[in-house]
Design a protein around this ligand. Structure first.
Ligand code: NCD
Ligand code: ZN
Length: 415
């Protein structure tokens, strides 16, 4: 048994103690434990690893933008010990065969644990995929990939079929019929083409599915979040929608779906986040090449990278007293694990030994050149963050003294 000692996030607060780890699981949490090897972390903070329910690692098919090796390295350096990867890869994951092929491609190439989504498409065979996926993805608005399903009868059929499997359905909720396609020169134009009403309308249309296991991805608006919660849905929020509004810059680097909102909408979303009205973080890590992102705005693809930076930025906010460590752990670890039914996200006997250790003295500025995604840029350049100095995935020490030291032992959680 390995034992790590420090300030553990246990039962909702930080307490000095010891975590016992054996065969990839947490076997004990006590004041004192004696192991075959004891690692004393002093006053460093020991949190459950984060679970990111929304990444686009572009593997297979677009590995110039990212692949599972680079994406999972970035996740690890950001304290994320499990990622759920979206199906808009090439070919897209739409049936058992493309799912199995993607699984074969990725196997043995991840530093963190993972799960895959399958896309809901016309007439797809949900039953043949259900046991092997983290959940299903429904795109009600067009975005990267060609997986749009916004026709009312398609939406109805697919949600009903997928809900019967017991898996959660993550929805890109922008009603495509309300999206305009006018030429765009900047974020304001992109916002005009994809108004917040498109998000609100998409969620309103989901009222017949009240109480079903639906998750609204990358929510951008407090009213949308309240509506989704009133239907019993979970909600995800990204760092970019919390931190940026449409005035940030006119560069295509900030082009994303759903778009960055106006200042007022962003401020209300931030308040909803602070008031615990949003279920969880989801980075929507969506890397593209810097060349693509620096094209004229209209031709730049949508998507912002962020898997490596969201938890470290939030840790810095904890340090500054802007959010509590309880709120961070709930939104980054406990809630996504619970939503997708995996025994992670808590330091508790019987849970997977996924742990991230932070030294609160080690604030530093985010620098794109020090990050690990193939996207060589970050919209968070210069922001303060606290990166983990040790990360354990499934009992394996994958990162130590802030440096990668493990192997690609990440497991598919839905094999
Ligand atoms: C995502 C991508 O590039 O895959 N883009 C984005 O702007 N968020 C797709 C998505 O999640 O909509
Ligand atoms: Zn999306």
């Amino acid at each position: 048994m390995i034992v790590i000692e420090g300030r553990i996030f246990y039962n909702g607060s930080l307490t000095q103690g010891a975590v016992g780890i054996e065969d990839g699981k947490i076997t004990d949490v006590k004041k004192v434990l004696r192991g075959d090897r004891n690692i004393d972390l002093g006053d460093r903070i020991i949190l459950p690893g984060a679970v990111d329910p929304h990444v686009h690692f572009r593997d297979p098919g677009m590995t110039g933008k990212e692949d599972f090796v680079s994406g999972s390295t970035a996740a690890l350096y950001g304290g994320v010990t499990c990622v759920l990867d979206m199906p808009n890869t090439k070919p897209p994951v739409t049936d058992a065969r493309s799912l199995d092929d993607k699984k074969r491609t990725i196997k043995g190439r991840s530093f963190v644990d993972y799960g895959l989504f399958a896309a809901l498409t016309k007439g797809c065979d949900v039953l043949s995929m259900a046991a092997k996926v983290a959940g299903f993805k429904l795109f009600m608005g067009s975005t990267t990939g060609d997986l749009l399903m916004n026709d009312p009868s398609d939406v109805h059929w697919s949600i009903t079929a997928a809900a019967r499997t017991g898996k959660r359905i993550s929805i890109h909720a922008e009603d495509d019929s309300m999206i305009h396609r006018n030429e765009e020169k900047n974020n304001r134009d992109h916002l005009r083409n994809r108004p917040v009403s498109a998000e609100h309308n998409a969620i309103s249309r989901l009222s017949p599915y009240k109480g079903m296991k639906v998750n609204i991805c990358h929510i951008t608006d407090a009213h949308s979040a309240a509506l989704a919660s009133s239907f019993g849905f979970t909600t995800e929020v990204t760092a970019h929608h919390l931190l940026f509004d449409d005035s940030v810059s006119d560069s295509g680097e900030y082009k994303v779906n759903p778009p960055l909102r106006d200042r007022k909408t962003k401020d209300a979303l931030y308040k909803a986040f602070i008031d615990d009205k949003i279920t969880m973080f989801g980075s929507d890590h969506a890397p593209h090449t810097i060349d693509e992102k620096q094209r004229i705005y209209n031709d730049a693809p949508s998507g912002i990278p962020g898997v490596e930076t969201y938890v470290p930025m939030m840790m810095d906010m904890v340090k500054r007293g802007k959010i509590t460590v309880q709120h961070l752990v709930k939104m980054s670890s406990a809630a996504p694990s619970q939503a997708f039914g995996i025994k992670k996200g808590m330091i508790k006997k019987g849970y997977d030994a996924d742990i991230a250790v932070y030294d609160m003295r080690l604030s530093k500025r985010i620098r794109a050149r020090e990050l690990h995604s193939k996207a060589s840029y970050t919209p968070y350049e210069g922001r303060d963050a606290i990166f983990p100095d040790m990360v354990i995935v499934n009992g394996n020490i994958q990162l130590k003294d802030g440096e990668l030291c493990g192997d690609m032992t990440g497991r598919d959680m839905f094999e």
